[in-house]
Ligand binder design. Structure first.
Ligand SMILES: *[C@@H]1O[C@H](CO)[C@@H](O)[C@H](O)[C@H]1NC(C)=O
Ligand SMILES: *[C@@H]1O[C@H](CO)[C@@H](O)[C@H](O)[C@H]1NC(C)=O
Ligand SMILES: *[C@@H]1O[C@H](CO)[C@@H](O)[C@H](O)[C@H]1NC(C)=O
Ligand SMILES: *[C@@H]1O[C@H](CO)[C@@H](O)[C@H](O)[C@H]1NC(C)=O
Ligand SMILES: *[C@@H]1O[C@H](CO)[C@@H](O)[C@H](O)[C@H]1NC(C)=O
Ligand SMILES: *[C@@H]1O[C@H](CO)[C@@H](O)[C@H](O)[C@H]1NC(C)=O
Ligand SMILES: *[C@@H]1O[C@H](CO)[C@@H](O)[C@H](O)[C@H]1NC(C)=O
Ligand SMILES: *[C@@H]1O[C@H](CO)[C@@H](O)[C@H](O)[C@H]1NC(C)=O
Ligand SMILES: *[C@@H]1O[C@H](CO)[C@@H](O)[C@H](O)[C@H]1NC(C)=O
Length: 645
């Protein structure tokens, strides 16, 4: 009996293996990519055989299968660099296509189950038109990438992944004195289809404008220590190991925390130069990195990068967040409990000062497990703004763009104001929650000036331009009305509202923002409500703007091109001052016909930071917003937390 079972089992395994080999041969896996690209550019997701619970991501964000680029992709280019892992059913490609008619670099990874169904689709769109054009010109990968290596000369999977990992180890805080013998002396690298090693003619490197770096070999580049500004590499996934071609296709998250302030200008002079403005603020770049490993070491490297909000996690199999993340507090002095208005203002100021002092939470009365987020991503207290914040405007100052406010019913203090991180101005909306005399939550949303002066050419790493940019223009003092107590006409007492009631009013505004209708939104009548977006005031009043009424200037695209207003978060509602700060994710899938130039018709989500001022009988008299472009479908970690609660 046992024997029969045993034989049956062996036969069953054999059948499974045989079918796995059939559906996961190199040919069938490359075919899966072809089918995928055809379905994508036909804008028809039902042409793809997917598992019922297929997971689909774009630029690290989970999206409903069939949405996003599925509506906008056309014309895949001739360049197609496939990587096939027959053992695990993984296949990836580096190619190009057109998004709404604009060429982009496109990376896709599929996981194909043994039954032939696709269960994971992970995609990256690098919006670098020049890079896409270079790939189109190249036409196909260098033959060495595609040449099968005889079985006897192959390194095994583990060794291949190990070699690929050495490359990330080398970049991580790049030690010039480390051992770089894992690199073939003839190693070379393509970044967005641009050769960036051993180039004889001077080409500038990234935002650094360094003209020598790209002339060096792979190893010589590392020996300069130049990559020291990449402070951590997380979520490394050596996900497609192509044994036949001795190649590894990987993903990794590169953090630039802003703490490294200079880079060696080149290997020859040994001089240091200031880190460029682009790296003055914390950034994470998600990299797709491919490696071809030969007998003398890593021989070819091909990479492309997409910027994602700092602290973003990889969409599949990211490293676990450390359990104690966020708790660094050492202060035995508790805040008052309950914490009144001045106590809450004090807590906010302590947090801001702690950031400016680059403290990692020491001296702060932090609760154990206190949570910290920046632009909707969990990061450690001590990281992010705690490394880069240089100064913050103070409320009540003559030239200061800053407001403070509190909600004593929930023990929450807030700040809205202009801050500086090294050379980069930004608008910070901060929420600090105090419970039992300790700070338990800190939420920072910061919209930085991205488009100033010569750093414009880093846009391809970052994001497309948005209709109205915050260009770091000096904002002057904030309208003093924001810092005044609630007033009503005729000396009557302001309505005795709860913070909750104010939140409800803002909810009505968000409904209006989504519906492109000002009907029922409690705006002050006529021209008494003034709105500014990214520091710019339009020539129309709040009602018409929310309506998307044509002809107003400047057009910021928020009012008639967006679909859903999601993840609406009231941060702080202060019924004494009549202040509410709130943040929402506003989707622009870029599918409609839009009165904008083509290169601006890019799907995305606007993270919109708002501050509202209520007056009179609870009507909105002022709105200031700052808008940050995010990958389409971006969610705040707080919303995700609430969903799981
Ligand atoms: C999508 O493809 C399916 C399967 O071939 C087909 O039945 C359907 O008509 C297509 N839809 C569109 C909108 O072309
Ligand atoms: C993309 O292709 C669709 C048809 O598949 C076509 O309607 C559309 O005009 C094309 N868009 C661009 C920008 O080429
Ligand atoms: C460097 O020179 C080569 C050969 O002349 C040329 O193909 C390439 O485009 C040049 N690169 C740059 C960045 O100018
Ligand atoms: C090397 O340093 C010298 C003197 O500081 C400078 O003039 C020269 O431009 C530098 N060379 C390069 C290639 O940066
Ligand atoms: C500890 O917290 C108290 C109350 O918030 C504050 O006054 C004090 O300065 C803090 N101590 C240190 C060492 O920062
Ligand atoms: C809060 O703002 C008021 C001005 O409205 C100012 O007088 C006060 O000092 C501020 N408090 C803190 C802690 O910054
Ligand atoms: C304001 O309303 C709260 C209940 O919402 C009440 O407890 C409080 O007494 C009221 N204050 C005044 C001044 O009317
Ligand atoms: C647009 O705003 C005006 C006020 O400016 C209002 O009278 C009108 O009802 C609004 N229309 C819609 C569709 O919301
Ligand atoms: C959308 O808004 C822009 C200004 O932002 C305006 O020019 C255009 O006419 C509006 N389109 C529609 C359909 O309302």
């Amino acid at each position: 009996m046992t024997l029969i079972y045993c034989l049956f089992f062996i036969a069953w395994i054999w059948v499974l293996r045989a079918s796995a080999q059939e559906t996961r041969s190199r040919q069938s896996l490359e075919g899966a990519i072809t089918t995928f690209l055809t379905a994508l550019t036909s804008h028809n997701s039902s042409l793809l055989p997917v598992a019922p619970d297929v997971e689909y991501t774009e630029n690290t964000i989970s999206l409903p299968f069939g949405s996003g680029l599925w509506q906008l992709a056309n014309n895949t280019g001739p360049y197609r660099h496939d990587f096939v892992d027959v053992e695990t059913g993984q296949v990836a490609t580096i190619t190009t296509l057109e998004e709404n008619g604009i060429p982009v670099i496109y990376v896709a990874r599929l996981k194909v189950e043994s039954a032939g169904q696709i269960s994971q689709i992970e995609t990256y769109i690098t919006r670098d038109t020049a890079g896409a054009e270079r790939y189109k010109k190249l036409g196909s990968p260098e033959p060495v990438w595609l040449t099968p290596v005889p079985r006897g000369s192959r390194l095994n999977r583990g060794v291949l992944a190990y070699r690929a990992n050495r490359y990330y180890d080398a970049i991580d805080l790049n030690d010039p004195d480390a051992d770089y013998s894992f690199l073939d002396p003839d190693c070379s690298r393509l970044e967005n289809a641009l050769q960036t090693t051993k180039v004889s003619n001077a080409t500038t490197y990234g935002p650094f404008k360094d003209t020598d770096f790209a002339s060096l070999s792979c190893a010589a580049q590392f020996r300069t220590g130049f990559y020291g500004y990449i402070t951590r590499i997380r979520d490394r996934r050596f996900i497609v190991v192509d044994e036949e071609r001795q190649a590894v296709f990987s993903f990794a998250m590169l953090d630039h925390d802003g703490s490294v302030r200079t880079v060696p200008s080149n290997g020859v002079n040994g001089t240091a130069k200031r880190i460029p403005e682009y790296h003055d603020v914390p950034r994470s770049l998600h990299v797709a990195g491919a490696f071809q490993v030969g007998s003398k070491g890593t021989y070819r490297i091909e990479t492309t990068k997409v910027e994602v909000p700092y602290g973003s996690r990889a969409p599949f199999d990211s490293d676990p967040i450390s359990a104690a993340a966020g708790w660094r507090g050492r202060n035995d002095t508790l805040l008052a409990s309950p914490c009144d208005r001045s106590c809450l203002n004090g807590a906010v100021e302590q947090v801001l000062k702690g950031m400016v002092d680059h403290k990692t939470g020491e001296g702060l009365p932090l609760a154990r497990g206190a949570e910290y987020s920046e632009n909707g991503r969990w990061i450690d207290i001590g990281d992010g703004l705690w490394r880069t914040l240089g100064s913050f405007s103070k409320p009540g100052g003559v030239e200061d763009y800053a407001v403070n406010f509190t909600d004593t019913t929930t023990g929450t203090g807030g700040y809205w104001g202009e801050v500086m991180e090294f050379s980069v101005p930004g608008i910070l909306s901060l929420r600090v929650k105090v419970q039992g005399g300790l700070i338990s939550e800190i939420e920072a949303n910061i919209v930085r000036s991205e488009f100033r002066g010569p750093s414009v050419d880093t846009v391809s790493l970052g994001r497309p331009p948005i209709p109205v940019e915050y260009e770091g223009v000096p904002l002057g003092a904030i309208d003093p009305i924001f810092n005044k107590a609630w007033t009503t006409s005729g000396g009557r007492a302001p309505p005795n509202l709860t913070a909750e009631a104010l939140g409800v009013a803002v909810g009505v505004y968000f409904d209006g923002l989504q519906l492109h209708s000002s009907l029922g939104v409690p705006f002050a009548a006529g021209s008494n409500c003034v709105r500014r977006d990214n520091g710019l005031q339009s020539n129309r009043h709040c009602q018409d703007q929310l309506n998307g009424s044509g002809g107003f200037h400047p057009a910021n695209g928020l009012f008639n091109q967006t679909t859903t207003v999601r993840d609406r978060r009231i941060l702080v509602a202060d019924p004494v001052k009549g202040i509410v700060t709130a943040v929402a994710m506003v989707d622009n899938p870029a599918t409609g016909s839009l009165p904008l130039p083509r290169e601006r018709i890019v799907p995305g989500t606007y993270m919109v930071s708002h501050i509202f001022k209520f007056e009179g009988s609870s009507v909105i008299v002022r709105i200031e917003t700052f808008i940050k472009w995010m990958p389409l479908g971006y969610k705040s970690a707080w919303s995700e937390l609430e969903l799981t609660k």
